[in-house]
Design a protein around this ligand. Structure first.
Ligand code: HEC
Ligand SMILES: [Cu+2]
Length: 452
């Protein structure tokens, strides 16, 4: 006990008075203290008891690739080291608090006990323990930094490359090795919001931004690395099995940052190659004599602004849904689609969007829609790509995603390319520009959905 006391004196700064309860405050009754402690415990235990608290589509605890796993290991090492330190310090503090508390009125006015410090054994011991804790954390951290920085040497020859660019508030994915023919010559395959990659191959993702700082994060595979103006960042990732992974911009980038999402779809090599060759083709157009479907008959009863973005069947099997989305519909309304294609030009959607083979020009700061119908998401992963959601988007983009550039217009040099609103350059006021009626929207939905 004496040595114990000496230890506490050695680690307590001499100006710190001995602990005692402030005389004015009386402690609450035992039953109150008990019930508070139980409430506290219950609050802490809830996440454990309700289950699944560490899982979910964006869980960093369910890793599906080596990069995310090495990041998780660093987290666990840090958690263990700091956890052990916490337990030791809390135990000593708890012991000292109870053992040396003031027990009587006389204790409260007692002179502080003899102060001592400078026990070399204790001080050196604590310095050594701190250094040891840091070294234990530093070794795996440095190893993980080295490992996650770039594709390992041995895998470089077989690695695949994708260029990802952040825009307020969506992601563009460019496939630099996949050449396509454009009216203006040769180009690279470009898509948006869904990054399709081969399974089991290291993928190097070059990270760029068009405007502000964004951050690229696929919690189950890798992240986060910032997309910064005038800086060529990159990361690499590898999916170990076929899957549909959620991604998210992880750096605040403006009003719709929270819904700036994307998806990573990992496919076995043959399926990946099939996807690539379908994407490289120009947009399809149905023959006039295809069997007709009642495309325009979906129900648009007003849905609240916060209506669920994804259906339960989609969430139950997103990869299955994605695969289904690649298939052309057996029956479409060719006349309605043709009308939608015309409207796409008339409504000046073409000023911003490219649909290769149908509408050229466009603006590189708007998503390429050549194969929009094959994507499972809409508006930066905010909504499931269903006719009803697409209808909501083309009739009221701002109601779906506040402040988006399709609504307010795209910055273009010193001016703004008008969107659903037209900006007055003199006073910055917005006035309505593009308006899409319910029947026009049905034609646009039929057209865009047919672009598999
Ligand atoms: C001023 C440029 C501009 C115009 C004009 C424009 N869009 Fe867009 N569009 C955008 C931008 C930018 C986005 C991305 C918005 C976001 O997700 O934040 C977008 C997104 C979309 C998407 C979702 C793409 C995806 O993969 O998520 C569709 C579909 C779409 N627009 C259709 C249309 C239609 C139909 C019209 C015409 C009625 C139109 N757009 C007019 C700029 C424009
Ligand atoms: Cu962002």
């Amino acid at each position: 006990m004496r040595s114990c006391k000496r230890f506490f004196h050695a680690i307590t700064p001499s100006f710190a008075p001995r602990f005692h309860a402030p005389p004015m405050l009386s402690l609450p009754s035992l039953s109150v203290r008990c019930s508070r402690a139980l409430t506290c415990l219950a609050a802490l235990a809830t996440p454990f008891l309700t289950g699944g608290w560490l899982s979910g589509p964006q869980s960093t605890f369910e890793t599906e690739g080596p990069v995310a796993r090495s990041q998780l290991e660093v987290f666990y090492v840090t958690l263990w080291v700091t956890g052990i330190i916490f337990v030791i310090v809390a135990a000593i503090l708890g012991y000292a608090t109870l053992r040396f508390r003031a027990r009587s009125a006389a204790d409260e006015h007692a002179a502080p006990p003899p102060q001592s410090h400078g026990n070399p054994l204790v001080e050196l011991g604590l310095i050594f323990a701190s250094v040891a804790a840091l070294v234990v954390i530093a070794i795996p951290t440095l190893r993980a930094i080295y490992f996650t920085y770039d594709v390992p040497e041995a895998e470089r020859a077989n690695a695949y490359t994708v260029n990802a660019t952040g825009y307020q508030w969506w992601f563009k994915f460019e496939y630099p090795t996949e050449k396509i023919t454009l009216d203006a010559g040769e180009g690279k395959l470009v898509t948006a919001n869904e990054m399709v990659i081969p399974v089991g191959r290291a993928v190097r993702v070059n990270l760029r931004t068009y405007d502000v700082i964004h951050s690229f994060w696929v919690p189950k595979l890798a992240g986060k690395v910032d997309m910064m103006p005038n800086r060529a960042n990159h990361l690499w990732l590898k999916a170990e099995k076929a899957g549909y992974y959620w991604g998210q911009c992880a750096e605040y980038c403006g009003e719709s940052h929270a819904v700036m999402r994307f998806r990573v779809i990992a496919l076995e090599e043959p399926e990946f190659q099939t996807w690539l060759s379908a994407q490289k083709k120009a947009a399809v157009a149905p023959a006039a004599d295809t069997p007709t479907a009642q495309f325009a008959s979906y129900d648009m009863t007003p849905k609240g602004r916060n209506a669920a973005g994804y259906s339960a069947s989609f969430d139950a099997n997103p990869l299955g849904q994605w695969r289904q989305q690649q298939q052309a519909d057996s029956a479409v309304d060719a006349a309605l689609i043709a009308q939608g294609r015309q409207l796409f030009a008339q409504k000046t959607c073409v000023a911003c969007h490219v649909i290769r083979g149908h509408h050229i020009g466009g603006n590189s700061a708007a998503p390429d829609l050549t194969h929009f119908g094959s994507r499972t998401t809409l508006a930066g992963g905010l909504l499931e790509n269903s006719p009803v959601n697409l209808h909501r988007w083309v009739t009221d983009p701002n109601g779906v995603k506040p402040g988006n550039k399709m609504f307010v217009g795209l910055p273009l040099g010193g001016s703004v390319m008008p969107g659903y609103m037209l900006k007055d350059p003199t006073n910055g006021h917005l006035s309505p520009n593009i308006q899409v009626s319910d029947t026009e929207a049905r034609a646009l939905v039929a057209y865009l959905s047919s672009l598999k």
